[in-house]
Design a protein. Structure first.
Length: 249
């Protein structure tokens, strides 16, 4: 059973409104950072990796979902966020996507659980009926893949240059089978009335590793797209890499 954020105690006072008294709680700021080999990812900057002489990223964004904290002393979980959208398309290096959660129980935690992508229950074209400010509604036109009947969970696009011959890649994993939930175990404590900053890091180099822990070979045309043409094996590989690519600092 999921834990309520706080215990509400109603106190009746003659002549005064009844107001809830909150238990010990604090604020959690979740910062998501994109890096490449441990250094801040800069879109448009040239990188050298594997067989690629020059590698440049032009777009990076992804949905996050079902974000929750895991309590240390119980099996309770504190839900923070159902669906969010992290967009690094204007990233010049070092800028984090940040989310603030208030009235979070002030207890000890043993880790965080986060989904990357859109969970199957929400991965539907009917997202157009959601409110205008909902992340799925806002990004429907750019991220819903009609042919695959799924949202693109992530968009990672750019170009590589092998011996001066530039070519593009579009890695857009999608479909329910590729939705990934990552649990990161790390102890931390939120004190009553305090603010806690959690820094979650995604390393794109680790995300792009093959089964031999080497960077995928962009000289192989099969590694240039997950959807055009469709490549389910590549999508599964990339999303499976999230277990090592995501780290709580």
């Amino acid at each position: 059973m999921k834990k309520l954020f706080y215990l509400i105690l109603l106190v009746a006072v003659v002549g005064c409104e009844e107001e809830p008294l909150l238990g010990p709680s604090g604020t959690v700021n979740l910062h998501i950072n994109a890096v490449f080999a441990g250094n801040p990812l800069v879109l448009g900057q040239a990188y050298q990796a594997g067989s690629v002489e020059q590698l440049q990223f032009d777009e990076l964004n992804f949905f996050i979902s079902n974000v929750k904290l895991l309590e240390e002393e119980t099996t309770d979980e504190t839900d923070l966020l159902d669906i969010g959208f992290a967009d690094f398309s204007d990233n010049n290096g070092g800028e984090a996507e940040s989310y603030t959660f208030r009235a979070v129980p002030a207890v000890k935690y043993r880790g965080i659980e986060i989904g990357i992508g859109v969970p199957p229950s929400s991965n539907k074209s009917s997202a157009t009926s959601l409110g205008a400010g909902h992340p799925l509604k806002k990004n429907f036109d750019t991220h819903f893949w009609e042919a695959g009947n799924s949202f693109f969970f992530m968009k990672l696009a750019g170009v590589y240059d092998v011996s001066g011959a530039e070519a593009g890649f579009q890695l857009f994993p999608a479909k329910d089978d590729n939705y990934r939930v990552v649990t990161i175990y790390k102890s931390f404590e939120l004190a009553d009335g305090e603010t806690l900053d959690l820094n979650l890091e995604m390393d794109i180099l680790k995300f792009l590793q093959d089964t031999d822990n080497q960077m995928i070979d962009f000289t192989d045309p099969a590694n240039l797209s997950t959807y055009n043409p469709e490549n389910d094996a590549l999508s599964a590989l990339l999303m499976g890499n999230l277990d090592t690519a995501l780290e709580l600092k």
